[in-house]
Each structure stands twice: as structure tokens, then as C-alpha cells.
Design a protein around this ligand. Structure first.
Ligand SMILES: NC(=O)c1ccc[n+]([C@@H]2O[C@H](COP(=O)([O-])OP(=O)(O)OC[C@H]3O[C@@H](n4cnc5c(N)ncnc54)[C@H](O)[C@@H]3O)[C@@H](O)[C@H]2O)c1
Length: 439
């Protein structure tokens, strides 16, 4: 099948590459000439495990191409996927500028009966607007479908090729049938291909993300209560997780969710609800709770150092909004670092892959360390923000030698606090009751 992907970002590049890997002829189109040039030189603009190898293989096989030209990319395509960004606008709603531009720019080149599929996360009603934007620019007959994407950065290839389900919103059977054919290679383990109404498909994506964000804010709130009442959230988690109605997934306390999806999607659905006269109290609270949680390590550090962080050096481990990605959009690390800097602290940061992205945000206000141990040199405390695997079993004796004082504020509960006490560290996690002589 000839496929065009508009927007070669985290979603578009993964989608295009995986469709190419299953034998389709794919062109990825992006307005970012730098990105397209890099891809055409064999580079990959984002860090996503396994992606580079797949891109190279499919480019070499002639199944994957990159361009900035709409005419070239759209003309012969049977399926055109819109994968452009839908960031938040000033009011909190989804900004559909890029979706509109993609729709209008593709319109003159669409071939008859092409299917235009929106994979970008968009508010209910947007797919119908896509059809109107296209119709205003062409008389060619085309079909529309909504196909929300559920991949997770850091595991995107696996999620795309082994989805829990594929959701397609379509009015006509023809579009749904073509998409089912396209997804067949990824659904061999009898995972469902769900055909629903277009509005339901649009809503499914928001509801899924809002549910997950709600779980995170909920467990974070419970963790904060645990800390005050002398309970241990790890024990509480086990106690509730074995209840089949609750389960264990997405109930790890931390420093708040970030990334390009949860924050903006929660706000966009709340904003859509308000437009329709529904007050989305839960969503507003989830957002607010999350914004507060991003300060949790800062408050703990301030408290520990008696309200004064001047002349203190803090090592920050983990900058990306989650492990195995270089994405720092809405990352909790940035909130912590900016607060530390404002409070007069010196900040040394490390991340296995996101240093360059952070440098673009923070310039020379912090020290960038290639190794997480380097960040510990002369540090008064370590703050762990992102749970990269390499942080799970560090050489604590070595760290202790390097630090000014053995103090760790762990935003991801990576270590056993009894063992940390035995190693001679002051160790503070999230939602952990105080150990005598520590918290
Ligand atoms: N990142 C994720 O984990 C994820 C997961 C599921 C769904 N989504 C949704 O998918 C969409 C894309 O997200 P992303 O993270 O891949 O975004 P991204 O910012 O990484 O990529 C978007 C790309 O679209 C390009 N673009 C913008 N306007 C264009 C135009 N008119 N024509 C061609 N290209 C254009 C940009 O240059 C950029 O490369 C969003 O709606 C997002 O909410 C993202």
C-alpha cells in the first residue's frame, strides 16, 4: 500500500517506519527541512529505542522516504495519516493550526478515494473539520477516519507493532476495511480492531490519557498522605494492587507526570467540556495536583536544608519526562531545576540521552555531566527525577566519596530505605514513612 505520513515526529516517524517494515511503500512528509535533511542523510532526529535500526533498514530497502513536498508525497497515496502536533493554546485547548495546515496543503494533491486518517490527538469534532478543510480546497472524493495512537515514548516500536487494540473511527466500511488490512500484521495475537463512530474514536484517546493521568495524580496524593501519617506507599500499593478491581499498573508514586500528552490532553478535554457546558472538576483537579507534585522534591530539599539553598550544590539525575526517551516537554526535572536555581542553588545535571535538549532550554545555567557520578562531585544532595535503569544499582560507596554529604531525595523510590540507612545515607523517597533518625 502507498502511504503518506504527515509529520515525522515521535508518532509519525514510528508509524511510518513500522508500516514500511511490514512491506508498505511509505513517504514521511515534514515541514521541518532540517529534520527531513537529517533523515535523508541516514540520521534520526529523536531518541527512541530500536527506531534508528528500523529506519535504516527500510530506507535501504527503498520502502521509506522523506520529503518536504506535499505534491510529491500525496499524489499517489491511498492512505494519508495526519501525525502533526496538537499542542496546547493559551486557553488550554488543543491548537489545531498544524492539523488545519496539513489538511489544506494535502487537499489539491489527493487522489480519488484516498483515505485521510487523523492520528494526532484531537478534540471531538476535529475529524469532521478536517473533511471540511479538505473539501474547501478540492472536488476529489476522499474518505476520513480517526485512528488515535496509544504508543508510549520509550517503548513506541513495541507498542505500535504489538498494540493492545487498534481503534478506528469511520463512517464508511471501505475506510475501515483498508485500515484493518494495513494493521493486520500487528494484530496476529487476536488483539481487537475496534471500529467505532468518529466522535467516539476521538473521545477514546482523551479518556484513556485522562484515566491514566488521574491514576498518577491519585497515587501521588495518597503518597503525600502516607508520608504525613507514617504509612509506606510501597506497602499500601501492594495492599491495594492485589484487589483485581484496582490492579498495580500506573500506580507508582513520583514527581508528577510530564511529556507531550498527559498535561495537554487533560487540559484540552477539560477545555472542551467547558465549551460544552460541562464542568470537568476531576480533570481540573488532576492537572492542579500534578502541577503541585512537580515541586515535591524542591520542597523536601528546601526543608532539609533549613529553607536556604544558597551555596548548596544539587545533583539532578534524570531529565527526560520518563526513561528511554529524550523528550523533555513538560518534564518535572525542569520545574525542579528552575526552582533550585531561583533559590540560589548550584545545579549539576545528568541524563543518558536528554542533555542536549535540556541545554537548549537552560543554556549555561547548570553544569551538564556526561556521567551520573560526575554530577555527584561536591554535591550536597542528589535528586532523582527520572528512573533510568542505570540509576537502579549505583556504587553507593563511590557516590559517598564524591558527595559533600550523603543525601538522596528520590522521586522514584528506586532504593530500599532500610538499606540506604545502613549504607549511611540520608534517604527520602515519595510517600515513605520516616525511619528513626532519617526523615
Ligand atoms: N508523543 C507521543 O507519545 C504521542 C502518543 C500518542 C499520540 N500523540 C499525539 O500525536 C500527535 C503528534 O505528536 P508527536 O509527539 O509525534 O509530535 P512531534 O512534535 O514530535 O511531531 C510533529 C511533527 O509534525 C511536523 N509538522 C507540523 N506541521 C506540519 C505540517 N503542516 N505539515 C507537515 N509536518 C508538520 C513538525 O515539524 C513535527 O516534526 C499529537 O497530537 C500527540 O498528542 C503523541
Amino acid at each position: 500500500m502507498k502511504i503518506t505520513i504527515i509529520g515525522a515526529g515521535y508518532v509519525g516517524l514510528v508509524t511510518g517506519t513500522c508500516f514500511a517494515e511490514s512491506g508498505n511503500d511509505v513517504t514521511c512528509l515534514d515541514v521541518d527541512t532540517g529534520k527531513v535533511e537529517l533523515l535523508n542523510r541516514g540520521g534520526v532526529p529523536i531518541y527512541e529505542p530500536g527506531l534508528e535500526e528500523l529506519v535504516k533498514r527500510n530506507v535501504a530497502a527503498g520502502r521509506l522516504k522523506f520529503t518536504t513536498r506535499y505534491d510529491e508525497a500525496i499524489r499517489n497515496s491511498q492512505c494519508v495519516f495526519i501525525c502533526v502536533g496538537t499542542p496546547q493554546d493559551e486557553s488550554g485547548a488543543a491548537d489545531l493550526r498544524f492539523v488545519q495546515a496539513a489538511s489544506e496543503n494535502m487537499a489539491p494533491w489527493l487522489k480519488a478515494d484516498a483515505i485521510v486518517i487523523c492520528k494526532s490527538t484531537v478534540p471531538v469534532g476535529t475529524n469532521r473539520r478536517v473533511a471540511e478543510w479538505i473539501r474547501a480546497k478540492t472536488n476529489t472524493r476522499f474518505h476520513i477516519a480517526s485512528n488515535p495512537e496509544f504508543l508510549k515514548e520509550g517503548a513506541a516500536i513495541d507498542d505500535f507493532t504489538k498494540p493492545d487494540r487498534v481503534v478506528v473511527g469511520a463512517d464508511d466500511e471501505q475506510a475501515a476495511d483498508v485500515l484493518q488490512e494495513l494493521y493486520r500484521p500487528f494484530l496476529r495475537t487476536e488483539k481487537p480492531f475496534l471500529v467505532v463512530g468518529i466522535e467516539s474514536a476521538e473521545m477514546i484517546k482523551y479518556v484513556a490519557n485522562c484515566m491514566l493521568a488521574t491514576k498518577i495524580s491519585f497515587i501521588n496524593e495518597m503518597a503525600n498522605i502516607c508520608e504525613r501519617v507514617g504509612a509506606d506507599i510501597n506497602e499500601v500499593r501492594k495492599g491495594i494492587g492485589h484487589d483485581a478491581r484496582i490492579g498495580f499498573s500506573f500506580l507508582f508514586p513520583g514527581v508528577g507526570y510530564g511529556g507531550s500528552c498527559f498535561p495537554k490532553d487533560v487540559r484540552a478535554l477539560a477545555s472542551l467540556a467547558a465549551d460544552k457546558g460541562v464542568e470537568a472538576r476531576i480533570l481540573r483537579t488532576v492537572d492542579e495536583t500534578n502541577n503541585q507534585q512537580k515541586f515535591v522534591l524542591f520542597h523536601k530539599l528546601m526543608n532539609y536544608f533549613g529553607g536556604d539553598l544558597t551555596n548548596r550544590t544539587i545533583a539532578v539525575w534524570g531529565l527526560s519526562f520518563k526513561p528511554r526517551t529524550d523528550d523533555i516537554r513538560e518534564a518535572p526535572s525542569l520545574v525542579l531545576i528552575r526552582s533550585l536555581l531561583q533559590a540560589g542553588a548550584t545545579v549539576k545535571v545528568h541524563d543518558p540521552v536528554a542533555l542536549e535538549n535540556v541545554r537548549k532550554e537552560l543554556g549555561d545555567t547548570v553544569t551538564y555531566c556526561i556521567h551520573h557520578y560526575d554530577a555527584c562531585d561536591g554535591a550536597d544532595a542528589i535528586a532523582i527525577v527520572t528512573e533510568w535503569n542505570e540509576f537502579r544499582n549505583p556504587d553507593f560507596d563511590y557516590i559517598k566519596l564524591k558527595m559533600k554529604s550523603p543525601v538522596i531525595f528520590d522521586g522514584r523510590n528506586l532504593y530500599d530505605r532500610q538499606k540506604m540507612a545502613a549504607r549511611g545515607f540520608y534517604y527520602s523517597g515519595i510517600g515513605l514513612s520516616a525511619l528513626p533518625g532519617t526523615d
